[in-house]
Design a protein around this ligand. Structure first.
Ligand code: ADP
Ligand code: MG
Length: 359
């Protein structure tokens, strides 16, 4: 296994990149520790696959370096990097048996047959393919084939990193959940460095200890699922992660006070000075509550989800969502809301503004 360092990495598919849009990866510095479980999360087109292909060596970055355990591998071939990559769609040899498919990466590297058998059996058992080992791969469903692909990614014990590129796309929703838990289990058991790419927040947050959130070829935040929830560094992280996502409301900062729609909003750490750029107040629905001394609103909609209720309120033209406890009475007469001063933050041009203590 290895520590992976990405140093001022940039990539463009265009011959002579000029403006920002020409860069699939704008500029990236990152360090992944040995043995960690990481997720790379971001919308389609943000550069996730490009980044994986640069790490595996299928693609040479336009600028910057890739290091494994401090050694520069930027110019090394994929085979010399000892990386396992599982693609979005299954890659299997249809004419071979399930066993031979799983054994392929090992036999290819000259692993002795008894060791091949041992390892294939172990991985097959984990992925619940053990009853199918003698079957030809061609007879399997899409789910079954993708399990083989996953197995081939996991079968080698000499790899620096195992990378999964949206591997559950073709998998049935129920099985998705099962396989995701399996991969987590495999990580805990084998302790490999794993990078799991997805555009699905649930997949990222359940799999990874650390999530790298990407947007438009840039990393917007790296953190634990709790960090991303409690302190989104960017409104995109606030909005993309969470269900429903963070409320993002226009605001102003005036003489140390944060003002939303004419009302002063108390924050534990308001900006020290007036930040440059478009200012917004970000607060997650979990940190908004009904409060008799709060900001007057109208209740628009209540969705009872069992565990809790999602309430949509309106203040002038602004919709705000809040989460109320199961069974909590929703005020019908002159409802007012308040934001948790520890969890509401000011954002300037999308980026969180570091505050100064107000007291
Ligand atoms: P993701 O995996 O996050 O969906 P990609 O890394 O595939 O994103 O793509 C990032 C950007 O690079 C997109 O704008 C995409 O259109 C572009 N891109 C990806 N592959 C190629 C390619 N082979 N040639 C030209 N442009 C590409
Ligand atoms: Mg992709």
């Amino acid at each position: 296994m290895a520590r992976i360092t990405l140093e001022t990495l940039r990539h463009s598919y265009v011959e002579k990149p000029g403006s920002d849009v020409d860069w699939a990866l704008a500029s990236l510095d990152l360090e992944w520790t040995d043995g960690g479980a990481y997720a790379l999360l971001g919308p389609s087109g943000c550069g996730k696959t490009t980044l994986l292909n640069i790490i595996s060596g299928l693609l040479r970055p336009t600028e910057g370096r890739v290091l494994f355990d401090g050694t520069d591998v930027t110019d090394k071939d994929p085979v010399d990097r000892h990386v396992a990559q599982v693609f979005q769609f299954p890659v299997v040899y249809d004419t071979m048996s399930v066993f031979d498919n799983l054994a392929f990466p090992l036999r290819n590297r000259g692993v002795a047959e008894p060791a091949v058998r041992e390892r294939v059996t172990e991985v097959a058992r984990m992925l619940e393919l053990d009853g199918l080992l003698a079957r030809r791969a061609s007879g399997l469903s899409a789910d079954g084939k993708q399990k083989i692909s996953l197995g081939r990614g996991l079968v080698r014990s000499d790899v620096n990193v195992v990378m999964f590129d949206e591997p559950l796309t073709v998998i049935d929703p129920h099985l998705k959940w099962v396989l995701r838990s399996k991969l987590k289990e495999v990580h805990q058991r084998f302790g490999n460095t794993m990078i799991y790419v997805t555009h699905d927040q649930t997949e990222a947050l359940t799999f990874a200890d650390q999530v790298v959130v990407m947007l438009g070829g840039r990393v917007v935040q790296i953190g634990t699922p709790v960090d991303l929830f409690e302190a989104p560094r960017h409104t995109f992280v606030g909005h993309f992660i969470g269900s429903p996502g963070m409320n993002i409301l226009p605001c102003a900062v005036d003489a140390g006070k944060v003002v939303f729609d004419g009302e002063t909003v108390a924050l534990d750490s308001p900006p020290r000075a007036v930040p440059a750029g478009t200012l917004e107040l970000g607060v997650r629905p979990e940190f908004v509550r009904f409060a008799p001394d709060g900001i007057a609103v109208e209740v628009v909609k209540v969705d009872d989800l069992g565990r809790h209720q999602v309430v949509e309120v309106r203040r002038g033209a602004h919709a705000i969502k809040l989460i109320a406890a199961e069974g909590e009475a929703i005020p019908s007469e002159r409802p007012r809301i308040a934001f948790d001063p520890r969890r509401a933050r000011v954002y300037a041009d999308g980026w969180m503004v570091e505050g100064g203590a107000s007291r």
